[in-house]
Design a binder for this molecule. Structure first.
Ligand SMILES: CC(C)(COP(=O)(O)OP(=O)(O)OC[C@H]1O[C@@H](n2cnc3c(N)ncnc32)[C@H](O)[C@@H]1OP(=O)(O)O)[C@@H](O)C(=O)NCCC(=O)NCCS
Length: 141
């Protein structure tokens, strides 16, 4: 079952990301403060998959007025290959389309073939000509 996440779920969210071995930025954009302010701006963008009361999956949508993005997709290792991520992607797409998104994207690290297979199954098209560049204040952000 998919539920909206709130800042009260922060510890569970981070616990899940650790269990899922997802890399995140606890001192940067994934700090409690940053997440709280993003949630305030877009409360629909933070979604959790639950098995009973246990948080077993997360996704964070984001919308930059040109494109929608799928971020922090993670599923508890014991709940994988049951379609949880597919459902989370579909929910994120729904809220992004409501915002007006006509293109929805995800950045996937080169080693992450499982995630690439997942996005392909969900209808995403890979563009191998693109290299990700960024300019950061530090590696923590
Ligand atoms: C990637 C991840 C989110 C997938 O979650 P999941 O709930 O197991 O995925 P689903 O069950 O919805 O998978 C749907 C389809 O995606 C593909 N897929 C998912 N994981 C796969 C894997 N490890 N290897 C190959 N294909 C995979 C399959 O086609 C699968 O369908 P199938 O099970 O019928 O074969 C999960 O493995 C995870 O949390 N990984 C660590 C964090 C991470 O890499 N996040 C993504 C960052 S971009």
């Amino acid at each position: 079952m998919i539920r909206k996440l709130t800042i009260d779920n922060y510890d569970d969210i981070v616990g899940l990301w650790n269990r899922a071995d997802l890399s995140y930025k606890p001192e940067g954009r994934d700090s409690r403060l940053s997440i709280a302010s993003e949630m305030e701006a877009n409360p629909d963008f933070f979604m959790g998959a639950y098995a009973g009361n246990k948080l077993v999956g997360t996704v964070i949508a984001s919308w930059d007025l040109r494109k929608g993005w799928i971020n922090r997709l993670a599923v508890d290792p014991t709940y994988r290959r049951k379609g949880v991520a597919e459902t989370l992607i579909a929910e994120a797409e729904k809220v992004l389309r409501k915002k007006g998104a006509k293109i929805i994207c995800a950045l996937i690290e080169g080693y992450n073939s499982g995630s690439m297979e997942l996005f392909k199954k969900c209808g995403y098209v890979e563009d191998r000509d693109v290299t990700y560049f960024s300019k950061r204040e530090s590696n923590k952000v």
